[in-house]
Write a protein that binds this ligand. Structure first.
Ligand SMILES: Nc1ncnc2c1ncn2[C@@H]1O[C@H](COP(=O)(O)OP(=O)(O)OP(=O)(O)O)[C@@H](O)[C@H]1O
Length: 292
């Protein structure tokens, strides 16, 4: 799906919020949208999610199966947490049993299993937000749009959402997100755009890669002659490790999925050592002055 020359204004003759926006949404891609307060980020996400239509311009191509987490979750709906998730799952085309299983699994992943039977209107802000992100992930969408979805989540749930996003991208989805934390998913973002003026400008890869997030180092050995499976989560960097091991380095959000892939490979790989490694050094933005 592509946005071409898209513009949006609210009301007849209201000021333009966005104009001339071109945006590609390739599969397998994590896209960050940044910009100043009130610059039009949420407006853009609503257009991408199909919640809102452009005033001018075109959105072309097949609309992928889309899930959206709005900036504010409508908590006044007459459902329990699990009931809402199952309902949404069914809207996304899941059978009831499948939707129920996924609802339980996602509530558990976000540490909210105990709230499954509670009415949405009685949930705390943080738990409502867990339900809001669970409804989007449970659908396994091809396009996932997250507007400040981490806000209000506790640290463990924020990390879980990072992993959920990484899993979606590995599975081939496009994820577009806005978050006030500049370090959010740093190191795994493929493309960053900034809303500036009325348009969208690409942020240089060098700048976007700055401060790439934490990494995990995994030293593995395989059966003799075994080669690593292809398409491993997070496309880990490979180098020889100590004692005949192979050292894989991957962004921390991909480490659980990578471990799962290694342990379930046929034949399985053995994990010899697991350690956190510091984020890569930021790329210097200016050349160091030469010593005469
Ligand atoms: N439904 C609406 N009706 C009228 N004006 C709107 C509406 N939604 C947004 N706007 C206006 O559009 C502009 C961009 O708002 P938007 O929420 O898209 O920006 P944002 O970058 O997401 O802001 P923030 O960082 O504060 O969340 C603002 O001037 C806002 O007042």
């Amino acid at each position: 799906m592509n946005l071409t020359g898209v513009g949006r204004r609210y009301g007849l003759g209201g000021p333009w919020v966005l104009r001339g926006v071109d945006l590609d949404l390739p599969a397998h891609t994590l896209i960050r949208i940044e910009g100043a307060n009130g610059s039009g980020k949420s407006t853009l996400l609503r257009l991408v999610a199909g919640i809102d239509a452009p005033t001018e311009g075109r959105i072309t191509g097949r609309r992928p199966r889309t899930a959206y987490v709005p900036e504010r979750f409508p908590a006044a709906l007459p459902f329990t947490a699990a009931g809402y998730l199952v309902h949404l799952g069914r809207i996304h085309g899941l059978r009831t049993a499948e939707a129920t299983g996924r609802a339980q699994a996602w509530l558990a992943r976000f540490g909210a299993a105990d709230h499954a039977r509670q009415p949405l209107s009685e949930l705390s802000k943080g738990t409502s937000q867990k339900v809001a992100v669970a409804q989007a992930l449970l659908a396994e969408p091809e396009l996932l749009v997250l507007d400040e979805a981490w806000t209000g989540l506790d640290t463990a749930a924020r990390d879980e959402l990072d992993r959920g996003v990484a899993e979606r991208v590995t599975a081939g989805a496009t994820v577009v997100f806005v978050d006030h934390d500049p370090r959010r998913l740093a190191g795994v973002i493929d493309i960053t755009h900034r809303v500036e003026g009325l348009g969208l400008v690409p942020v240089a890869a060098r700048e976007a890669a700055y401060d790439a997030g934490p990494r995990v180092r995994i030293e593995v050995t395989g059966a003799s002659g075994a080669t690593l499976p292809t398409g491993l989560p997070g496309a880990p960097a490979q180098e020889p490790g100590p004692d005949g091991t192979l050292r894989l380095t991957v962004a921390a959000v991909h480490s659980d999925a990578l471990l799962r892939s290694l342990l379930t490979a046929r034949p399985p790989w053995h994990i010899r050592q697991l350690s956190e490694s510091a984020a890569p050094e930021p790329t210097p933005r200016t050349e160091p002055s030469r010593i005469p």
